[in-house]
Design a binder for this molecule. Structure first.
Ligand code: NAD
Ligand code: UDX
Length: 467
């Protein structure tokens, strides 16, 4: 079977970039992204490419090449499904907030709703591809929903194959990850369907990087990859805290252990703890699955990765308060970076949210600057509007948005770097310190600034993982 039309349900951080690259590499395939969120679809269709709903380096160029040619964005879900040979499910799968498994299990309501819509609208033979990250054995649920639609007599000619094709892109590097992936993973038991998907990826991915597994291995591999990556971050953050206590330097330790080819140098940067929409939810999902299958020790083991991460986030605000003479009430603190990592406008699970909330709770006045996150998003994440003006020695903290670094540091007692934006490596510390109140502090929670230059300019510096 050769695929000529693709529909992707969910035009978010994964669906958007993934389908844009697929359309770019497969000009013979018509790719339609559908979403319930009309505002998001309008932004994908905006003539001004700086208004795309997802910021990713290189994404606007890819969209500019394909949009209107073989890449389309629409809210007309039914028609796009009916026309598709292959439907990707790329909807959100957040952690359940209530009911059975609340706080750990994945909320599968969007995946079920989209599977039902495919069941109702598909025509002929349709390959349904799980692109969302899902608990192992979700394909079984999708298959049941799809086959139920085949039971009715008017739908006799409808047939489906379900594949798992999890996405490994990281935000901020999505386009290069998609264009040159370490591997593409395809799980399934229908060889023809797998071949059809392999044919698509083969346009730009070499065959040895396209891995085939059974459905369950594919689904579980995605959760496992995220769990292992997150585990490295919790491990290095635990060691970073020990470095601070002992005089060791976490960057030196990371370099030393990363030189071991069995460990490798990546994912060894200490920081404020991992954020992003995936790691926490996927590990909690793994914990839930382990418990579901009666594997309490395994569940407990993975839970520790998340617990360590929460502890790391909480200790940052505490140490800022303690260095600033035990109180930040009424003090202006410049927060540089709010996104969960550099090169994205995404703030989901950003460590900055919890750290800022803790500081607000202590009565601080925060001046927040992020190159890509605007004040509306910050207000939504902090659960409070920006202050019209700076408050005095109030019990309640407040925050304002700062257009640039120099605005943020005006009159501040401290600069707190929470995201590793490359701009923050090149700050003019002499100009900054001239605007701050003394003694002026730099808390570099990412280890990205020129700490020596900051010290030379007269700042007191706390660097994550530096003893
Ligand atoms: P997202 O919230 O950015 O996008 C999901 C989109 O699906 C939303 O725009 C939502 O409106 C839409 N949607 C939900 N139900 C729908 C329906 N029935 N019909 C039409 N549209 C519908 O989420 P995301 O970050 O793109 O993540 C999607 C999936 O990919 C998740 O399972 C996630 O775990 C996984 N994933 C995410 C990343 C990442 O970096 N963000 C990486 C790999 C995998
Ligand atoms: C992650 C996975 O990397 C990706 O494969 C998966 O598809 C989705 O989840 P993402 O969350 O977009 O991607 O970014 P990632 O680069 O993994 O960073 C996650 C968090 O860990 C960020 O908050 C980042 O700042 C933090 N991190 C990463 C560290 O603190 N130290 C590191 O060494 C690496």
């Amino acid at each position: 079977m050769t695929v000529r039309t693709i529909c992707c349900i969910g035009a978010g951080y994964v669906g958007g970039p993934t389908m844009a690259v697929m359309a770019d590499r497969c000009p013979h395939i018509q790719v339609t992204l559908v979403d319930l969120n009309a505002e998001r679809i309008a932004a994908w269709n905006d003539a001004d490419l700086s208004k795309l709903p997802v910021y990713e380096p290189g994404l606007a160029d890819v969209v500019a090449r394909c949009r209107g040619r073989n890449l389309h964005f629409t809210t007309e879900v039914d028609g796009a499904i009916a026309a598709a040979d292959m439907v990707f499910l790329s909807v959100n799968t957040p952690t359940k907030r209530r009911g059975l498994g609340a706080g750990q299990a994945s909320d599968l309501r969007w995946i079920e709703a989209s599977a039902r819509q495919v069941a109702a609208q598909a025509m002929g033979h349709t390959i349904v591809v799980e692109k969302s990250t899902l608990p192992v054995r979700t394909a079984e649920t999708i298959q049941s929903i799809l086959s139920a639609s085949q039971d009715s007599s008017e739908a006799e000619s409808k047939t489906f194959s379900v594949l798992s094709n999890p996405e490994f892109l990281a935000e901020g590097t999505a386009i290069s990850d998609l264009e040159d992936p370490d591997r593409v993973l395809i799980g399934g038991d229908d060889a023809n369907a797998i071949d059809a998907l392999v044919e698509i990826y083969s346009r730009w991915v070499s065959p040895e990087r396209i891995l085939r597994t059974n459905l369950w291995s594919s689904e579980l591999s995605k959760l496992t990859a995220n769990a292992f990556l997150a585990q490295r971050i919790s491990s290095i953050n635990a060691i970073g805290a020990l470095c601070e206590a002992t005089g060791a330097d976490v960057k030196e330790v990371a370099r030393a252990i990363g030189a071991d080819s069995r460990l490798g140098p990546k994912f060894l940067s200490a920081g404020p703890g991992f954020g992003g929409s995936c790691f926490r939810k996927d590990i909690l999902n793994l914990v839930y699955l382990c418990r579901h299958y009666g594997l309490e020790q395994a569940a407990h083991y993975w839970e520790q990765v998340v617990d360590l991460n929460s502890w790391q986030q909480q200790r940052i605000a505490r140490l800022v308060v303690s260095r600033l003479f035990g109180t930040v009430s009424g003090k202006r603190l410049a927060v540089l970076g709010f996104a969960f990592k550099a090169d994205t406008n995404d703030t989901r699970e950003s460590p900055a949210i919890g750290i800022c909330r803790d500081l607000l709770e202590e009565g601080a006045h925060l001046a927040i600057h992020d190159p890509k996150v605007g004040p509306d998003q910050v207000a939504a994440d902090l659960g409070r509007e920006a202050a019209a003006s700076r408050l005095g020695l109030a019990d309640e903290g407040s925050w304002q948005s700062a257009a640039g670094v120099l605005d943020a540091v005006e009159g501040a007692d401290a600069v707190i770097v929470l995201t590793e934006w490359h701009q923050f490596a090149e700050l003019d510390w002499t100009a900054i310190v001239a605007r701050m109140r003394r003694p002026a502090w730099l808390f570099d929670v990412r280890g990205v600034t020129d700490a020596e230059a900051a010290r030379a300019a007269g700042l007191r510096v706390w660097l994550v993982g530096e003893g």
